[in-house]
Design a protein around this ligand. Structure first.
Ligand SMILES: Cc1ncc(COP(=O)(O)O)c(C=O)c1O
Length: 391
């Protein structure tokens, strides 16, 4: 009856069953998996955000595969503010970055073909790819303390298969918080050129960098040695995931780029998924980005600094983070990360993701959201510390 692409077991896991039990028992769980910014106590200018939706032109249905010029110009304006000159004709609007992935998989890969994805990284890739019938082949990010994460290029070369169509990079990556470096982009360009692959850069957390490392690659929107797609969207840029606006910026050698854009027009025209009120609001919303990003950056930096202090003398190792909304703790390996996570939830009412959610290749890691309000974050970390010290 059902497609073979759907290959997931929908039975609740031990972890999700325990979360449900806790909820039923009315426990106040401190949630370090919270990645929804609208639940993290930020001060949103609600009137301005909602007011922008009530514009008369939004009553007109003007189907436009790339999206309305007014919205694409607003996205180009966002890149211009960051110092990147992007022609709005190279922009396609989508309902989210996740939808942007699905469009790119439709564009680039047939059933059974593959894309390379970083490991560890964001777990949704697996579902996005598999639902398009596309296989994901991992390449490794390697961690060297305290230098941080870097791409293991041997693993990239080994992962490229005859049916590989693209390499995905996420910068900064979720959850490692590592930026792609300039030298790495050069090497990725060379590999893509040699094997005829496209580069897909997920830059949703691109505005959330800490420190000022000149070796970091900025946005790849101007990367043109190979066919390149850059994705981002309002879910992170403005902390407004509910408004459902993402985009793809296409670049690359001229002929190839034009052909890709035309084909993306066709795919986007089949769905026309971005609503008119959202498109007409894009300019006003993007004008609010600094006020939102300052709050978020202040919060994640303060939580991260506090975490650094709290873990300095502890049996934890806090991995180097360059940006994004998450931090990773390495725990003593006397228990598996699943056992740590279950114990923390059961006994301490602290919810944190074990590293295997993100395909960490070895034990024992916990991934922590840096978004929760400081008090809640500190209390949760103190409970984790106490638990590890007692164990
Ligand atoms: C790296 C990364 N890419 C894409 C997404 C999805 O973003 P969107 O809400 O725009 O689909 C997320 C969401 O957390 C993410 O972490």
């Amino acid at each position: 009856m059902f497609s073979r692409r759907f290959k997931w077991d929908l039975e609740p896991t031990r972890f999700s069953r325990l979360i449900e039990e806790k909820k039923r028992a009315g426990a106040r769980v401190l949630d370090l998996t919270e990645s929804n910014p609208t639940r993290a106590g930020f001060d949103y200018p609600a009137e301005e955000i909602l007011g922008a939706l009530a514009q008369t032109p939004a009553m007109l249905y003007e189907p436009a595969p790339r999206g309305l010029p007014v919205a694409r110009e607003a996205v180009a304006g966002y890149y211009a503010e960051r110092g990147f000159d992007v022609d709005p004709e190279r922009i396609h609007l989508t309902a989210s970055t996740s939808e942007a992935y699905s469009f790119l998989f439709k564009l680039l890969a047939d059933q059974g073909e593959s894309v390379l994805v970083p490991q560890p990284s964001y777990p949704l890739f697996e579902f996005l790819a598999a639902l398009e019938g596309v296989e994901m082949l991992p390449y490794e990010l390697q961690y060297v303390h305290t230098a941080g994460w870097r791409i293991d290029f041997d693993s990239v070369e080994k992962a490229v298969a005859p049916k590989t169509r693209a390499i995905i990079l996420v910068s900064p990556n979720n959850p490692t918080g590592s930026f792609t470096k300039l030298g790495e982009v050069e090497r990725l360009n060379a590999i893509c050129a040699r094997h005829g692959l496209a580069l897909i850069a997920d830059e949703v957390f691109g505005d959330y960098g800490f420190g000022n490392d000149r070796g970091r690659a900025g946005s790849l929107v101007l990367n043109d040695p190979v066919l390149t797609f850059v994705m981002s969207g309002l879910s992170k840029v403005l902390a407004l995931p509910q408004m459902k606006l993402g985009w793809i910026v296409t670049n690359g050698p001229l002929g190839l780029r034009e052909e890709a854009i035309e084909r993306l027009d066709f795919i986007a025209d089949t769905f026309l998924s971005v609503s008119a009120p959202v498109q007409h609001s894009a300019r006003a919303w993007l004008g609010l980005r600094r006020s939102m990003q300052v709050q978020i950056l202040d919060r994640v930096r303060a939580n991260l600094n506090w975490l650094r202090g709290a873990t300095e003398e502890s049996p934890f190792r806090l991995l180097n983070v360059e940006g994004g909304w998450y931090a990773t703790l390495e725990l003593p390996r006397q228990f598996t990360e699943e056992e740590w996570a279950l114990t923390l939830l059961e006994k301490d009412d602290v919810l944190a993701h074990p590293g295997y959610f993100f395909d960490f290749p070895r034990e024992a890691f916990l991934v922590l959201s840096l978004l929760p309000p400081a008090e809640e974050f500190r209390e949760a970390i103190s409970r984790i510390l106490a638990r590890v010290e007692r164990s």
